[in-house]
Design a protein around this ligand. Structure first.
Ligand SMILES: C[S@@+](CC[C@H](N)C(=O)[O-])C[C@H]1O[C@@H](n2cnc3c(N)ncnc32)[C@H](O)[C@@H]1O
Length: 239
C-alpha cells in the first residue's frame, strides 16, 4: 500500500501530524491575488494582515512537525501586487521563517517566464508588454529558499539560477508543479527513499505521487475540495 495521509482542510491546523516527525516541507503558498483555486468567489483574497497571519500560522505548524535539521523549501514569487499593495513576499516569508526557528541555508532564483535566459513579462497574468502592472499579479521571478530547522549557516556559494515554467491548467488547477519542478525540489532538498515529505498546499498532489513512487511517505493538506479529490484519485491509483 502506498504511504500517504491527506486532509481536505486548512493547514493552519495540522494537529493530525506529530511534532518532529517530517523530513521535508515543500511550501508553495497562495498569493492572495484572486487566483480561482475553487468555485468560491474571492477565496484567494484577504486583507494584508489576515494573509500574513495565515502564512505565519502555517509556517509555525510546519516548523513544529519538522524534525530537527529537517528542510523547509519555500517556492514563492519574489513579489506580489495584492489589492493594489506591493508585498515583498519572499522577504516576508524569510522573516516569518526566522521567527519560527527556521534558518536560511541557500537561495535559488527561478524565472518562470524567460527566453534564452532573458526575463519576459507575463501578459497572461495581468502584466503589460512594458513590464508594468497596477493589477493583482505576481513577479515572474520566484525565490526557492532552503531553510533548516535549527541553527545553520547561510551558504553563499550554493545559490543557483533556474528557468522553469509551470504547466498551464492541467488537472483543472491553475498552477501545478511541472515534472521538472518536482525533480529539482527533491534533488535540492536531498530527498531519500524512506523520508516523509509534507505539503501544506498540496494542490493535486503531483509532488506526492513522485515521493511515493520513490519510496517516501507523503502528507498533504488542501483546502479546495475539487483539488483534494483529484489528489485522492491520483494517490489511490498508485500501484
Ligand atoms: C500555489 S498552489 C500550490 C499548487 C501545488 N504546488 C501543486 O503542484 O498543485 C496553492 C494551493 O493551496 C491551496 N490553499 C489555499 N489556502 C489553503 C490553506 N489555508 N490550507 C490548505 N490549502 C490551501 C489552494 O487551493 C491551492 O491549491
Amino acid at each position: 500500500m502506498p504511504h500517504f495521509n491527506i486532509y481536505n482542510k486548512s493547514s493552519e491546523d495540522m494537529s493530525e501530524t506529530a511534532d518532529n516527525s517530517v523530513d521535508i516541507v515543500i511550501f508553495a503558498p497562495p498569493y492572495n491575488i484572486n487566483t480561482p483555486y475553487d468555485d468560491i468567489e474571492d477565496s484567494d483574497f484577504k486583507g494584508f494582515e489576515e494573509y500574513k497571519n495565515l502564512l505565519n500560522k502555517i509556517i509555525k505548524e510546519s516548523a513544529r512537525v519538522l524534525k530537527d535539521g529537517g528542510i523547509f523549501l519555500n517556492e514563492s514569487a519574489d513579489t506580489i501586487c495584492s489589492g493594489s499593495k506591493m508585498i515583498a513576499l519572499s522577504g516576508l516569508i524569510q522573516k516569518l521563517c526566522l521567527e519560527n526557528g527556521l534558518s536560511l541555508q541557500s537561495r535559488n532564483i527561478n524565472f518562470m517566464n524567460s527566453k534564452e535566459g532573458i526575463e519576459l513579462t507575463d501578459m497572461e497574468h495581468n502584466w503589460s508588454d512594458n513590464y508594468y502592472t497596477e493589477e493583482d499579479a505576481h513577479s515572474v521571478c520566484h525565490q526557492w529558499l532552503l531553510f533548516k530547522k535549527g541553527q545553520t549557516k547561510f551558504d553563499f556559494d550554493n545559490n543557483k539560477v533556474f528557468y522553469v515554467d509551470y504547466p498551464s491548467d492541467e488537472d483543472g488547477h491553475p498552477c501545478p508543479f511541472s515534472p521538472e519542478h518536482i525533480k529539482i525540489f527533491l534533488n535540492i532538498t536531498n530527498f531519500k527513499s524512506g523520508m516523509k515529505v509534507l505539503e501544506p498546499f498540496m494542490g493535486t498532489a503531483r509532488m506526492g505521487e513522485e515521493v511515493i513512487k520513490r519510496g517516501g511517505e507523503y502528507i498533504g493538506y488542501e483546502l479546495a475540495e475539487k483539488h483534494f479529490k483529484t489528489a485522492e484519485n491520483r494517490l489511490s491509483s498508485i500501484a
